[in-house]
Design a protein around this ligand. Structure first.
Ligand SMILES: [Zn+2]
Length: 139
């Protein structure tokens, strides 16, 4: 099953990933049904090593769930960036992925030859300690 994301939401994630470089940025995605992302809710990365991992405070997860719920939306995804690292889940990402049915998006950010930052975003379903790449469809 593909994951659908609004063009503006994806552009927003990649912009935040560039601004946060060389640190990992993170946040949540919301949609009206699972499998789609209409908007994002950036969160703080509270990891002690934000260059190589991300961690979202549990109260921010709860806050986001409630904020989406009051508007009839669902939490459908979690995004974070990988500065100078490919867009695939690390062992830590797999270990910490604990939201069932939610899609995990990873945006790789790296310097190109022009001195600017390029991004590549991929989506994964993470279940039972395994990551399965899912096609990201921009709508
Ligand atoms: Zn990661």
């Amino acid at each position: 099953m593909n994951f659908f994301i609004k063009r503006a939401a994806l552009a927003n994630i990649e912009q935040l990933a560039r601004e946060g470089f060389p640190y990992e940025i993170c946040g949540f995605l919301g949609g009206s049904v699972l499998g789609q992302a209409i908007e994002l809710k950036p969160t703080r990365n509270i990891s002690g090593q934000p260059q190589v991992e991300y961690n979202i405070a549990p109260e921010q997860t709860l806050e986001t769930l409630l904020a989406f719920e009051v508007r009839g939306m669902k939490l459908t995804g979690v995004y974070h960036s990988h500065p100078r690292y490919p867009a695939r889940p690390s062992q830590t990402d797999i270990r910490l992925a604990d939201l069932p049915g939610v899609m995990y998006l990873i945006t790789s950010v790296y310097e190109n030859n022009n001195g600017t930052l390029d991004c590549e975003t991929r989506a994964y379903r993470i279940e039972k300690g395994r990551a399965h790449e899912t096609k990201l469809e921009v709508i």
